[in-house]
Design a protein around this ligand. Structure first.
Ligand code: NA7
Length: 528
């Protein structure tokens, strides 16, 4: 055995996993495909990349001194600052000595006789470990659509999720952006400031709320730090991993004036606060229509040209059923003469040509193309590793009908493998960092339990997994989430099985469940 655990990925999850394993006296090695730490925040260097959760919450809570010493400069940090933070964490806790960079794992095979995993990455000797921990990220495999002619385009093509490290200069250039999810919506206003012309190709308009980002007020930050522990506890005990004081009333418990007042006041606070306006927004279509119409009204107010405004109005999916975007000047960008919106629903994208993009019979000439077309989310990174469990059973095969896990953490047939923020966990519906901390602590506690009690392996039972998958599906079916063709469902990747992947029950309930499982001698897992 080379190490007790191999951890795949050195983003938020992998870094903390390594730290926590070490703290409990386990040896571990992290294999990371990138040349440095950061994971999602390493690869997503596109202009305007920023977190959509406030930085005082989108950060680790496990070390009081870390959270006291780190200074965030803005309310919502930009990617370079988050990457600096993760780099600081790696140095501060001396993590790098156990991380191998430029190591893209291609295979992980379980040997039942020895109860250990062998993990392969090209150019490295195979690593043998008792545990294999997947910290591979939910949004780590860029989805490049099969656009006809893409290879013929004469200029540079960049995907937002795999942005070059060197500065990409759009000055004086005609730039096209395909995609108006979060990455498009964040990058469009920033690219518009540089480019001579910007053409946005939109297939589905999205709901976006203003961040009202700005420098962090030092007094406010001091206040946060003085009561950081309580704040973190409240976040952890909330359903979304951020304590947003969700209104317990339902939308139609109040009259229209009160409703508008509530929407306005939450809108004014920026970011996801609007989603907490009423308790029934994600379960009652009529309630959702109210808040959705409020947001459409805001878009109409901002965008001057009525035809452009109309094309930007999100319709046809409930607000929140695709992750709401948090922007800075997105809709305002369309008021500039050099920014043009092409509505692909009216003018379908026909082909990429050598000179640009042809849509609705019109060729839009471009010098550079940006693909803000999203990710093969939640399962993409795991699907790309040849993972084999007991009896050579392949994960890709086991998940051919959609991903199946127990608690999002364990998979039947794959002993001693843990998935952090896997399908079936709250992950992407929450503040990821809060969820990750819960997963890491639970996993480390589990591994510790096995060692203390002399167990060599742990594996989710088929029955427990089946029940969990059903539970996750039933909970989602009670909400409006499955009504959108979103990446939560895998709907953005042609041929991907459509299964609503995240657990919608909330982090609070999820953690209670995980703790009860652990307290009952890991009920639903086979320990050997
Ligand atoms: P998203 O949210 O998946 O957005 C991808 C966008 O790209 C979306 O507007 C898609 O339109 C569009 N898209 C994808 N394929 C095509 C093709 N073939 N033609 C035209 N348009 C296309 O990814 P993001 O990177 O923006 O955000 C992912 C998450 O990161 C986000 O939710 C935050 O959590 C952070 P569609 O909606 O499919 O019609």
């Amino acid at each position: 055995m080379d190490v007790d655990a191999v951890v795949i990925g050195a983003g938020f999850a992998g870094l903390y996993m390594l730290h926590e394993l070490r703290a409990r006296g386990f040896s571990a090695r992290v294999l990371e495909a990138g040349s440095d730490v950061g994971g999602t925040w390493y690869w997503n260097r596109y202009p305007g990349a920023r977190c959509d959760i406030e930085s005082v919450d989108y950060s680790y809570s496990f070390s009081e001194s870390l959270q006291q010493e780190w200074e965030w400069s803005e309310r919502y940090s930009a990617q370079p600052e988050i990457l600096r933070y993760l780099s600081h964490v790696a140095d501060r806790f001396d993590l790098r000595r156990d991380i191998t960079f430029d190591a893209r794992v291609t295979a992980a095979h379980f040997d039942e006789g020895a109860a250990c995993w062998t993990v392969h990455a090209p150019g490295l000797p195979p690593l043998v470990s008792r545990f294999c921990i997947m910290a591979t990220g939910c949004l780590s495999v860029p989805q490049v659509p099969a656009l006809p002619g893409l290879g013929d385009f004469h200029g540079p093509v960049h995907h937002t999720g795999n942005w070059p490290e060197s500065d990409v200069d759009f000055s004086g250039r005609a730039v096209g952006v395909i995609g108006t999810g979060s990455s498009g919506i964040q990058s469009i206003p920033v690219i518009a400031r540089q480019a001579a012309r910007l053409t946005v190709f939109q297939r589905t308009p999205n709901f976006s709320v203003p961040a009202f980002n700005g420098p962090l007020d030092p007094d406010e930050f001091r206040e946060v730090k003085a009561r950081y522990r309580e704040r973190r506890e409240a976040n952890r005990a909330s359903s979304g991993g951020v304590d947003r004081a969700t209104n317990e009333q339902n939308t139609f418990d109040v009259d229209e004036d009160q409703r508008l007042h509530e929407f306005e006041s939450r809108w004014g606070r920026g970011g996801f606060h609007l989603l907490g306006s009423y308790a029934d927004i994600m379960v009652d279509q009529r309630a959702n229509d109210e808040v959705a119409e409020f947001v459409r009204g805001k878009i109409r107010e901002v965008v001057h040209d009525p035809a452009t405004a109309e094309a930007l109005l999100p319709r046809g999916h409930p607000l929140g059923s695709k992750r709401v975007c948090v922007d800075t000047g997105y809709f305002e960008a369309y008021n500039q003469d050099h920014v043009t919106l092409v509505d692909l629903r009216r003018s379908p994208l026909e082909t990429i040509t050598a000179r640009g993009v042809r849509a609705g019979g019109v060729e839009h000439e471009l010098d550079s193309l940006v693909l803000a077309t999203g990710f093969d989310a939640m399962t993409g990174a795991l699907d790309r590793i040849d993972v084999r469990g007991r009896d050579g059973c392949e994960l890709a095969e086991a998940w051919s009908g959609g991903p199946a896990t127990y608690l999002g953490l364990g998979v039947a047939g794959f002993p001693n493998m843990f998935v952090l923020a896997g399908p079936g966990s709250p992950s992407v519906l929450t503040n990821m960092v809060t969820s990750i901390e819960q997963h890491v602590q639970w996993t480390a506690g589990c591994v510790d339990h096995l060692r203390r009690n002399g167990y060599r392996s742990i594996e989710a039972t088929e029955q427990a997994q089946h029940d969990w998958v059903e539970h996750v599906r039933e909970l989602a079916a009670e909400t409006l989430f499955p009504k959108a063709a979103s990446w939560y469902l895998g709907a953005n990747v042609p041929g991907k099985q459509q299964v609503f992947m995240p657990y919608v029950g909330g982090l609070d309930l999820y953690e209670e469940t995980c703790d009860a499982v652990a307290a009952n001698d890991y009920r639903g897992f086979d320990l050997k």
